[in-house]
Design a protein around this ligand. Structure first.
Ligand code: FES
Length: 101
């Protein structure tokens, strides 16, 4: 059953940045896109390249491995239909970021 987990303080991921948080089950990448936060797996589902240094275009990230694009709002790959990026719901509660796994 999915549960909410506190990941970090809001101040740990300033606007326009992203940061990897190692968890027991997987490494999670938190993006601060300015007006909202997103959470995804930290590795590309294509060939496993780290997404920490990917380009973020609005809510679409571009993997530097082979240029595949993923919509962070739903995890769908917009360049290769059958590859999805695991994404997770995010909530800001007071000064903390919570993610549902
Ligand atoms: S490893 Fe990300 S697109 Fe290939």
């Amino acid at each position: 059953m999915a549960k909410w987990e506190k990941i970090c303080a809001v101040a740990d991921v300033p606007a326009g940045t992203r940061k990897v948080f190692p968890l027991s089950a997987l490494d999670i990448l938190i993006f601060n896109a300015g007006k909202r936060f997103y959470a995804s797996a930290a590795e590309c589902p294509h060939e496993g390249k780290s997404l920490e240094d990917c380009d973020l275009q609005g809510h679409v990230l571009v993997c530097k491995g082979h240029g595949y694009k993923f919509d962070l709002s739903n995890g769908k790959c917009v360049t290769e239909a059958d590859i999805d990026l695991p994404v997770f719901p995010v909530e800001v509660r007071e000064d903390s970021i919570w993610v549902k796994f």
